[in-house]
Design a binder for this molecule. Structure first.
Ligand code: MLT
Length: 327
């Protein structure tokens, strides 16, 4: 009887909260990687656009990094379903189930799906001192220095880890490099620019500015075709053009709330997300970084969830063929 009373009180509180949402309490968008990286960048630009779309709201970004993004995702899965804790996560939502046998959450059961946000190509980049200027030189240098080089990433299951794994497998250089994990590719980029690590595969949202400034060297993009419409990135070949048959990797970001968030709040958040993705300033910022904002039908929760389920199924054999496992 006591448990029923507690549940009834909780349900009443959630219902009342839905009537006054968002209220004065901030809405935290948890970024499961360190500040200064591509996920953080998307979250901060999205928070600004969603603030405009949901009157009276105060969206803030909270960085909770570690374990390829699964620590931050766990925090949101276990958060109160009151609409004040959201998760912005990328392809890691679909890659980590194949890499972590002890995930503290079930991706398809422990979250409410609010919609996809964008798609982002990746770039293969090297430290400025690397003695290579074309992808061919770069791959030959990797082969000539087997066992002597290191590749940075943002933890097992992160986009940079997944890309590095797939690329090393495609060129059959899985044992050729040491992998160096960071809390995100923000800090990893600082190490690369400083020459402390040799190479990395990272999202254009984080690499475009560094490439343009000459602080890193770029060698290829991971999309099936070159980014011919981008003023800077059009100059780099796709890995497929460089002979890596079928190599096609694009990162995507989605927005999530804890399971059990009241439907009235989910509707408000999805409506605000759709408006934010139509915000001219947000789209312009994303375009400039090589990212593509998704359109309405992909922002529908059901379509978002079906997409992630498909990605989980697609990535499992890819990861098993390419990589190592971690508990
Ligand atoms: C990744 O490699 O998963 C991301 O770049 C991590 C980040 O946003 O820092």
């Amino acid at each position: 009887m006591k448990r029923l009373l507690v549940l009834a009180a909780a349900a009443t509180a959630l219902f009342a909260n839905a009537q006054t949402y968002p209220g004065s309490k901030p809405i935290s968008i948890v970024v499961p990687f360190a500040a200064g990286g591509p996920t953080d960048r998307v979250a901060r630009d999205l928070a600004e656009a969603m603030r405009k779309a949901l009157p009276g709201s105060n969206f803030v970004v909270e960085n909770v990094n570690g374990a390829g993004g699964t620590i931050g995702a766990t925090k949101v899965a276990k958060a109160s379903p009151d609409g004040h804790t959201l998760l912005l996560f990328h392809i890691g939502m679909a890659s980590t189930p194949a890499l972590y046998r002890k995930l503290q959450y079930k991706p398809l059961e422990d979250f409410e799906y609010l919609g996809l946000v964008n798609e982002v190509p990746m770039t293969l980049i090297g430290k400025p001192q690397l003695p290579a200027n074309t992808y061919r030189d770069f791959e030959n240098y990797i082969r000539a220095n087997s066992g002597k080089l290191n590749i940075a990433h943002a933890g097992l299951g992160s986009a940079s880890h997944l890309c590095g794994l797939m690329w090393q497998s495609a060129i059959n250089a899985k044992e050729a490099m040491t992998t160096i994990p960071f809390g995100g590719t923000g800090p990893a980029m600082n190490a690369l620019v400083g020459g402390q690590v040799d190479l990395m595969c990272d999202q254009t949202t984080n690499t475009t500015g560094q490439i343009e400034a000459g602080r890193v060297k770029a060698f290829a993009v991971t999309t099936a075709k070159p980014l011919s419409k981008h003023k800077l990135l059009k100059d780099y070949p796709s890995l497929q053009e460089m002979g890596l048959k079928g190599f096609d990797l694009t990162i995507w970001h989605g927005l999530y709330a804890p399971k059990g968030t009241p439907p009235a709040i989910l509707t408000q958040l999805n409506t605000a997300l759709k408006a934010a993705l139509k915000d001219a300033d947000f789209i312009k910022k994303q375009d400039g970084l090589g990212a593509v904002v998704v359109t309405d039908n992909r922002v529908e929760p059901a379509a978002h969830k079906a997409f992630v389920a498909g990605q989980i199924a697609k990535l499992k054999p890819v990861i098993e063929a390419a990589g190592k496992f971690a508990d």
